[in-house]
Ligand binder design. Sequence first.
Ligand code: SAM
Length: 292
Amino acid sequence: MAEAMAAGAGFDADWLRWREPADADARDPDLLRDWLAGLPDGGRVVELGAGTGALLRACLPHLRGAVHWQALEADAGLIARAEGRLHSWAGTQPGWAVEDGVSTTLRGPVGRCVLDWRCTDLAAGVPDLEGADAIAASAWGDLVSWRWAARCAAQAAAGGMRSVYLALNLVDGAAFAPADPLDGVLDRAFAAHMRRDKGCGPALGGAAAPGWSLALSRAGYRVRGASSRWALGPAHPLLTAAWLEGYVRAACEQAPPLRASAGPWLRARLAQLARGTLRVAVNHADLLAWRD
Ligand SMILES: C[S@@+](CC[C@H](N)C(=O)[O-])C[C@H]1O[C@@H](n2cnc3c(N)ncnc32)[C@H](O)[C@@H]1O
């Protein structure tokens, strides 16, 4: 999900680093493996909104054979950090090595990936998908409008794209334990904020999974979905604190009268987090669309 950090100025690298382990735990493993297993050897993947390459890092250990991965990202600063993140990742993975060049090549025990980055603003429209076998994205599908999703699905089908894998699409309705009377009103304001225009038209936000499912099935794809919920709390203290702050900022931007009560709510939630008593379930859904 693109969630709270989308409220401000872009997605910072710390936020993406903190969320990477939570995303890895949350993605549905069967959907991810089935998507990768369906890629042809030497297949070409186009990733939308790739950040610093977290989705690729999640896929590499499951790769069998070769893949060409084109990562599209608007923020040149995030792309600049990706190389270091990939080298650090390879340093922790037995048998994996990274070779830098015009393209980056990642070689593992049974998989190989040639990676190219392209700094591009997808607000300009659906990118050129010529020659690609699959589209992938993680925490991106909720940022775009219905129209953007429908065009993307139609273009993918027209180009003969075999599969579309979209992980971590926001689903409305975070659940807090312990509960607080303000939770519901904050959550409705947050959900409305997530539907604001993030650059690619009025965003699907928490309706991303049904929106993309409809767009892809209308374009002729079969679609499977699975839950990919974040379990926030003491296991992810930095991510949870940043998410809470972004959540309240977005809710108050959407409904300014909430400011007076949201401040004490946030302080109480951060105190619960510090005591280890807070649990937050942030709902997402993964989607896999394919055609024969
Ligand atoms: C929530 S982050 C997810 C990043 C990455 N997929 C991950 O899982 O770590 C959304 C990403 O989409 C990128 N993004 C947002 N709007 C974009 C646009 N119009 N064109 C290209 N990338 C965009 C952001 O810069 C950010 O890296």
